[in-house]
Design a protein around this ligand. Structure first.
Ligand code: FAD
Length: 396
């Protein structure tokens, strides 16, 4: 059987693509390694732009998500500063006539809402099915699957491959591993992000803090009854921070962050992950396309990666829905998709990488220009508007 689209990975990006496609007359099947109803146990705080909210509204998950207790926290302002240097700026939703600059969303809550929406939709799902490779071709793409559900009648160690064929394979597996034939640029920042949940003595007022410190950028995202913390540091420093007792960790955090956000009372779920930038210059080829983190994995400093991924999904769906069936996955359609995403993707990648280069180290030579950048941003309304627009909607 030849499907129109096979979506590899039902994470936030793959699910958004599948739900967007469900609006049209397209035969879609989604394959995910997760068993039905299983969501990663550890949570993450995702910073969602206003543009990303609009996409989630269109696929019908936003209203339910925003009603779920603690799942969505509006960001009223963003306070940007650097430790031990001049320069500070605040971006406020009110200044731009918006109810919020963005939202902090729990990954688990978002995934649960998307899973439920997919279960209600007409989209076919294959759970607990790990894709081992996606192969491109001229007539169709083949998606090879190791399906544990089929191994009941063979040796447990044996892999049964039941390929799926489609006019288009859309790979949103979070890494791009399933689409190994696409060339990727990679830059290792030599740093890791330590993430944790923080609780505070007094309720937050919706302010997100971005602070540039000698360790690297730190962010506090207002989330439900506390903050989501992202603290970038060298791997050795992160190990030290992980080894601290909770009280020692909170003391060190207060020393680094100052008293801007009030007193921290408790920390939970400290974890680290490596910081790399990895992206495919050309994400589409031979009836296959990578999107979301599979197409670009970015440093979390500017909160761009996840939002770019949702825009990948939305744009791809619009182009598929706009194409006659026989054109789905054809070279012209893929070229149209690549063209439509190039500026937004490349600008998002350059913006994030530039921010890390400017703010990600503590050389005195850099401290001065970044103080200037923050001061200029604060004193030139047009620069501030452009920066805020980039954070809200991406760069086009
Ligand atoms: C450890 C970690 C922490 C992060 N923390 C933050 C944070 O604090 N803030 C932030 O903004 N961003 C964070 N990010 C980035 C953010 O999680 C991503 O931008 C977002 O998850 C991208 O969504 P996605 O749908 O592209 O991929 P994912 O969310 O990774 O989803 C991929 C999906 O594909 C499935 N899958 C994977 N491989 C296969 C396969 N071979 N076969 C079938 N299915 C497969 C998975 O089960 C999953 O459902 C973090 C990323 C990581 C890895």
């Amino acid at each position: 059987m030849l499907h129109d689209v096979v979506v590899v990975g039902a994470g936030p990006v793959g699910s958004t693509l599948a739900l967007s496609l469900a609006a049209g007359d397209v035969d879609v099947i989604v394959v995910d390694a997760r068993p039905a109803g299983r969501i990663a146990r550890s949570d993450r705080s995702l910073a969602l732009s206003h543009g990303a909210r609009l996409i989630l509204e269109r696929v019908g998950v936003w209203d339910g998500l925003s009603l779920a207790a603690g799942a969505v926290t509006p960001i009223a302002r963003i306070d940007i500063s650097q430790a031990g240097g001049f320069g500070q700026t605040q971006l406020a939703a009110q200044e731009h006539g918006l109810a919020a600059l963005g939202y902090v969303v729990s990954y688990r809550a978002l995934q649960a809402a998307l899973d439920a929406a997919l279960a209600r939709s007409s989209v076919a799902m294959r759970h607990a099915a790990t894709v081992t490779a996606v192969r491109g071709g001229t007539a169709h793409a083949a998606v090879e699957i190791a399906d544990p559900a089929l191994t009941g009648f063979v040796e447990a160690s044996e892999t049964i491959r039941a390929p799926l064929f489609a006019r288009l394979a859309a790979v949103a597996d979070g890494t791009g591993d399933a689409m190994a034939f696409v060339a990727r640029q990679r830059h290792d920042y030599g740093q890791v992000a330590l993430v944790a949940k923080l609780f505070v003595a007094a309720p937050h007022d919706g302010t997100a803090y971005e602070r540039f410190t000698p360790d690297g950028p730190m962010a506090l995202l207002p989330e439900h009854d506390g903050y989501g913390l992202v603290w970038t540091a060298t791997p050795a420093r992160a190990q030290q921070l992980l080894a601290f007792s909770d009280d020692e960790f909170l003391l060190e955090l207060a020393r680094h962050f100052g008293a801007r956000s009030g007193r921290f009372t408790r920390v939970a779920d400290r974890r680290t992950f490596p910081l790399v930038m990895e992206y495919a210059r050309e994400p589409a080829r031979a009836r296959c396309v990578a999107l979301g983190n599979a197409a670009q994995t970015l440093h979390p400093v500017a909160g761009q990666g996840f939002n770019l991924g949702l825009r990948d999904a939305w744009e791809l769906a619009q182009i598929v829905l706009d194409s006659p069936r026989e054109q789905i996955g054809a070279d012209e359609m893929l070229a149209r998709y690549s063209r439509s995403r190039r500026t937004d993707r490349m600008a998002g990648i350059a913006f994030t990488h530039g921010l890390v280069r400017l703010f990600g180290n503590d050389l005195p030579l850099v401290r001065w220009p970044r103080g200037l950048a923050l001061t200029l941003l604060d004193s030139v309304p047009a620069a501030k508007r452009a920066f805020t627009h980039a954070m809200l909607f991406g760069i086009r």
